[in-house]
Design a protein around this ligand. Structure first.
Ligand SMILES: *Cc1c(COP(=O)(O)O)cnc(C)c1O
Length: 424
């Protein structure tokens, strides 16, 4: 087993005295070390910038921390743009990679100077109508269709994805944008998700660099950046080798030197929009066993549920579980670990071999730093948990409080019944 909790049972008990379970906790040291490694892996490219995908974890404290390593924000909605602006991101620190975008969001993105990454050719006119004229810098999202293959086979299925311009539309789009006065161009593509392989970015980069060369030749567009977007994965399962960002950076550099440099395009900046890789492993959901149930199966009921972490219920995703204090115990009990939603898919684990669990045990659900809290919702009237930060010096800081019933009822404040809810 190579998956270890970054907090011990003693620490969990100490924290739970102040912040009751369930809570998400993040590891400052891990986040910082990884952000530094990303920066170093692409240091060969002077224009490199990671635009952290805010949707993966929209906590301003964590995003500000990434900002110390030069990261900007990749946003795809109004509130994500507002959040980026509020923490001091400015202009080209913000990438707006949205799709099916409402007019007011484009208007706001332009107002705060974000780089607009168009998802569709029809949005050229749409944005021009809203803004009066197009910004000088624009990016287009590419979707070549078909399947995305690497040496170990098919990785994903872009042909089924709603995103992006076709190849023909990229050429036509660049021509139109150029005619309309756009001066600096970007190319963006997100073709495979959660790739646990050092090959994904280099293969994608190779394809986008070739496309960039053709686009420049045929349209004369000045290509300023190539955005490899997200998709760099993490191993959710134990015993899987994690990605090595240094090797990934080196692989991208090789493709860059093979394809772009000979074409006189050695000044193109590499951008990324990683979410999962930046934050996923550095978050954990800590929850307590509150019931055991012996019926047709053996169940452990915990005080977290799918509103705290939706991925297992939504995708059947595996999240490793550690029973704190029993790290070295034999995994000789088979459990379904369940939440309390009235939905049978509210299970963090199914038929999972774990040590014997007693009521009161603390369970750590691993790798919840990305698409964890962020995907939370309020079904069954469940309230979202707090988010905590384990600082490098071992102190624990609350970086988002838990929701209260008052938060849950607050959108009824237009109704007379609200006063009664408030007092209930
Ligand atoms: C979700 C998303 C990302 C981040 O993806 P990860 O797999 O978390 O790295 C980046 N860019 C866009 C446009 C996205 O939708």
């Amino acid at each position: 087993m190579n998956k270890k909790s970054f907090i011990t049972k003693e620490k969990a008990m100490e924290i739970a005295k102040i912040y009751p379970t369930p809570f998400h906790i993040y590891d400052e040291k891990g986040i910082r070390e990884n952000a530094r490694a990303v920066k170093e892996a692409f240091a060969w490219n002077p224009g490199f910038k990671e635009y952290f995908a805010v949707k993966a974890n929209p906590n301003p404290c964590l995003i500000e921390m990434l900002g110390e390593y030069g990261c900007g924000c990749d946003c795809s909605s109004m509130t994500e743009l507002m959040l980026a602006k509020a923490i001091g991101m400015r202009g080209e620190d913000i990438m707006f990679s949205s799709n099916n975008t409402p007019a007011e969001e484009y208007a706001y993105a332009a107002e705060i100077g974000a780089i607009i990454n168009l998802d569709d050719i029809t949005h050229i006119d749409f944005v021009e109508d809203i803004l009066g004229r197009l910004p000088e810098t624009m990016s287009c999202r590419y979707n070549p269709g078909g399947v995305f293959k690497m040496s170990n086979g098919i990785m994903d299925n872009p042909g089924d994805a709603k995103y992006g311009f076709t190849t023909e539309q990229m050429f036509e789009g660049f021509r139109i944008l150029k005619e309309k006065g756009v001066k600096n161009f970007g190319i963006h593509a997100f073709l495979a998700s959660n790739t646990v392989s050092n090959e994904y970015y280099p293969v994608l980069a190779g394809q986008l660099f070739e496309l960039a060369v053709c686009l420049k030749r045929e349209t004369g567009a000045e290509i300023r950046f190539i955005n490899l977007s997200g998709g760099v994965g993490i191993p959710y399962e134990p015993d899987t080798e994690p990605n090595d960002i240094r090797l990934i950076g080196e692989g991208v550099r090789r493709a860059y030197e093979e394809v772009l440099v000979p074409e006189g395009m050695g000044d193109v900046a590499i951008y990324t929009e990683m979410g999962r890789f930046m934050m996923g492993p550095y978050g954990q959901l800590v929850t307590k066993a509150i019931h055991e149930k012996h019926t047709h199966k053996e169940y452990i009921g915990v005080d977290a549920c799918a509103v705290n972490l939706m991925r297992p219920a939504m995708y059947g995703a595996y999240h490793h579980i550690t029973v704190l204090g029993k790290e070295d115990a034999l995994c000789n009990h088979k459990y379904d670990v369940t939440g309390s939603l009235c939905e049978n898919n509210d299970k963090f684990a199914i038929d999972r071999m774990l040590p014997e669990i007693e009521i009161g045990d603390y369970l750590v659900i691993h790798d919840t730093g990305a698409h964890g809290y962020a995907m939370g919702y309020n079904y069954n009237g469940k309230l979202k948990s707090a988010e905590l930060l384990l600082k490098e010096d071992g102190a624990v800081e609350m970086i988002r409080r838990a929701e209260t019933p008052r938060d849950y009822f607050s959108t009824f404040d237009c109704l007379p019944v609200y006063n009664r809810l408030e007092k209930a």
